[in-house]
Design a protein. Sequence first.
Length: 209
Amino acid sequence: MGQVHVMDHPLIQHKIGILRNKETGSKEFREIVEELAMLMSFEATRDLALEEVEVETPVAKTKVKVIAGKKLGIVPILRAGLGMVDGMLRLVPAAKVGHVGLYRDPETLQPVEYYCKLPYDASERDIFVLDPMLATGGSAVAAIQYIKDRGVQRIRFLCLIAAPEGVKKLQEAHPDVEIYVAALDERLNEHGYIVPGLGDAGDRLYGTK
């Protein structure tokens, strides 16, 4: 099974608390989501390979460590995943960005792809799939499968809040995908919302209903 990393850093937990508050407006909500994505990137990129190069300081020559040229890609699930992109790009500005768009068929209730555009060399990259919420897991499972169908083999999933049901579904469908979450909540309610959650992330990001 793909490992689940729950990030309990005080700064992350503090900012999750702000997001949960229903009084937090769209502007602050967007800013906090971006900050959380950046903070989570530290942990999600912990195992990137390093290599030594020689540089000259104002005092002497020395060996320093740099990222070993690993290619990274960021793929938000539209639309709420867009809110996490800039936070990651602030740490890894050389990463390429793709997009996956899904909607739920009103009859079958299954996710249907309406858009998928990935970097041309996505199969050579480590891909980070972004979505603030992992609720039922249907969208994440489908989006990751679409990405795999295009030759990508190394995928990690980053979300802010997850329900146990969604984590279980994602692990069963894609046991090779590691999951990074800022908070693992109690359950889903009868409407498929995470409890206690924070409501609809897309609506709160963009001020829609």
